[in-house]
Ligand binder design. Structure first.
Ligand code: NDP
Length: 244
């Protein structure tokens, strides 16, 4: 089975790629920089490969698809994980059109066009899966990073749209919503989040780890959710539970 994981060199993407690799998948990881890939190569050998791609650039996505076609011929699982936080957290009354475009181009437009461009390789299989990594920010308002929340809410609709469009071709599309996960992205706000967790913001009192998300995605990739499409999996320590 062949998988493509965007942003697979670090953090959650790497956690996903490693769970797939440990369970027999061949995995193409992609990101803008190759940093971190050498270590993956030494652990998993020829079953893992890297191709550089900036998901905000459609030409770069097309080059990735050509590489994947040459390497694998077809794709069983596409994981849209690449994403960024705001370069600087700013109130929604102060963000600029540049801040907005930067975030939306990578997180939302990237997810949309990577999905669209991989359809021909996914539909070569009788059954294939797309997993979109969104966030609890898809439904949680953080006014100091509104453009991030909007990008993740957009991924939720992208999931529904592709689920509706691709079911007839045997492609399931699932959204995985991580909660607070310990990665480079959250390193600058780790103390703040740890305090919130200790105060009870999540019923399960720990930060998530990349492998927590990796195991959810693995289960989808292995076909355990094949009668589900457009479905959301909250992998968030219970953040989604309203408590009275
Ligand atoms: P990291 O910053 O640790 O890793 C991000 C990965 O995405 C890197 O591999 C990075 O590589 C790649 N990436 C960034 N921009 C691009 C781009 N333009 N094109 C291709 N690849 C890119 O982040 P996380 O692992 O924490 O986050 C992964 C996903 O999970 C993101 O979509 C994020 O929004 C989401 N998420 C994270 C949460 C968390 O608490 N950490 C919570 C909820 C959701 P490079 O820089 O080399 O391109």
């Amino acid at each position: 089975m062949n998988a493509v994981v965007t942003g697979g060199t670090r953090g959650i993407g790497r956690g996903i790629a490693e769970e797939l690799l440990k369970n027999g998948f061949s995995v193409l990881v992609t990101s803008r920089n190759e940093n971190g890939f050498d270590e993956m190569k030494s652990l998993y050998g020829d079953r893992v490969c890297f191709y550089p791609c900036d998901v905000s650039d459609v030409k770069s996505i097309e080059a990735l698809v050509s590489f994947a076609e040459e390497k694998f011929g077809s794709v069983d699982v596409l994981v849209n994980n690449a994403g960024v936080a705001p370069r600087e957290r700013r109130d929604i009354l102060e963000i600029t059109p540049d801040d907005f475009d930067f975030l939306l181009d990578i997180n939302l437009k990237g997810t949309f066009f990577v999905s669209q461009k991989f359809v021909p390789l996914l539909t070569k299989k009788e059954k294939s899966r797309i997993v979109n990594i969104s966030s609890m920010s898809a439904y949680t308002a953080s006014v100091n990073r509104g453009e991030y929340c909007i990008s993740k809410a957009g991924i939720s609709m992208t999931t529904k749209l592709f689920a509706a469009r691709l079911a007839e071709y045997g492609v399931s599309v699932i959204e995985v919503r991580p909660g607070i996960i310990e990665t480079d992205m959250t390193s600058g706000v780790k103390e703040k989040y740890e305090k919130l967790i200790s105060e009870g913001i999540t019923p399960i009192k720990r930060m998530g780890q990349p492998e927590d998300i990796g195991r959810c995605v693995l289960s989808v990739a292995q076909g355990n959710f094949d009668f589900c499409t457009g479905t959301v999996i909250d992998c968030d320590g219970g953040f989604n539970v309203r408590i009275l």
